[in-house]
Design a protein around this ligand. Structure first.
Ligand code: GSH
Length: 357
């Protein structure tokens, strides 16, 4: 062993850090959280991973992990209990699709509710200065400037806020009956949602007030996931309950059309690129169905790699399990996403997405 504890490179206000922090807590893995300020990114994260993304985990054996879907899988392999990945393949598939949806569509919510409200800007600057020091204003400028590229514009703001209200109401009804997204225990589905729901939507002042007043059970769930409350000894295995179905239908309505357009565009765009090169993060701005509104939005290569990964998992399901998944996702309109593996020439080389041969 190289050290007696793990390191989590993360920051309190980060979407993807929030997905991994509860896993370490839930599994009671001794760790320290190192705030990834500009110096730590330059001197530790970049040399260890080759990329500037957070979170990054370094295990007690010195193994470096990056990219939250793969990090969670690897942590589960190293520390299997308590499990966050559902053992049932069909339920696992549901959790994976929820993760794809949240990692993509919920960035719209997170970014809108963080950056579109001038009344909380000073709070954010103070919060970020506490972590990033002199670099805070540069990061604030970069993040707040990204809104139009993500499709957050005058045209889409109304649809974004309606979508959020709808999600809060569906989740509030679900948490009336169930402790977590998939029932009795914390799973990947909760981790996926917490990426937006903890750092942005509960922690920032304006959305935090909305959540507290409109959806107190959602707020209580945020705390429970983030504190990584232990599983009950009488917990039922994860399953898809009735109150989850309307949430899955939102995935079909909101996420599937956006991602299908991006996957088609990126597949085409990378076909002209030389094998072995690093894939550009963004292949272009394209018109997409952003929550029912036609607007320009970036087409990201990573999202297509993620789509491939999930569609391949679906294709590899035993027929019986696939039938169960089809019954769950058919009415929700998610099957087109699962049934077509994008042909984009992409491959992950450790932490760097490259153009495949
Ligand atoms: N796919 C990555 C995304 C990680 C990510 O985008 N992290 C953000 C912080 S929440 C980041 O590091 N952004 C820096 C950048 O985009 O350069 C994951 O799941 O870990």
């Amino acid at each position: 062993m190289y050290r007696s504890y793990w390191k989590l490179y993360a920051v309190p206000m980060s979407f993807f850090s929030a997905k991994v922090r509860p896993v370490l807590r839930y599994k009671k893995i001794p760790h320290v959280e190192v705030w990834a300020d500009a110096k730590v990114i330059r001197e530790e994260i970049l040399p260890k991973t080759g990329v500037r993304f957070i979170p990054v985990v370094e295990t007690d054996a010195g193994e470096v992990l990056q990219d939250t879907p793969r990090m969670i899988e690897r942590i589960e392999t190293l520390h299997p209990f308590p499990q966050v990945l559902p053992a049932d393949p069909a339920v696992r598939m549901v959790a994976e699709v929820i993760q794809d949806f949240c990692d993509d569509a919920f960035v719209l919510l997170a970014m809108h509710y963080r950056w579109s409200f001038p009344e909380q800007r000073q709070w954010i600057i103070d919060d970020w200065t506490g972590v990033f020091g002199n670099s805070a204003m540069r990061f604030v400028g970069q993040m707040s400037g990204a809104l139009p590229f993500l499709g957050i514009t005058e045209k889409t703001i109304r649809a974004i806020e309606d979508f959020y209200d709808q999600m809060l109401d569906l989740l509030e009804s679900h948490f009336l009956e169930h402790r977590f997204l998939l029932g009795d225990s914390l799973t990947l589905a909760d981790l996926a949602f917490i990426g937006a729901f903890y750092p942005h939507l509960s922690r920032d002042p304006v959305p935090g007030r909305i959540m507290r007043e409109r959806s107190p059970r959602v707020m209580a769930w945020v705390h429970e996931v983030n504190d990584a409350a232990p599983p009950s000894p009488w917990a039922e295995p994860p399953e898809v309950h009735e109150t989850l179905h309307p949430i899955l239908a939102e995935i079909g309505r909101v996420f599937v059309p956006m991602q299908m357009a991006v996957s088609a565009f990126v597949t085409d765009a990378v076909s002209a690129l030389a094998a072995g090169e690093e894939a550009p993060r963004v292949l272009g701005m394209i018109e997409q169905n952003v929550l029912g509104v036609h607007e320009q939005r970036i087409a990201s290569a990573y999202s297509v790699w993620r789509h491939q990964r999930t569609a391949r998992r679906y294709a590899a399901l035993p027929a019986g399990e696939r039938t169960v998944v089809d019954e769950i996702f058919g009415p929700a309109g998610v099957l087109p996403y699962l049934q077509a593996i994008p042909a984009a020439r992409l491959e992950m080389d450790r932490f760097i997405l490259k153009i495949a041969a």
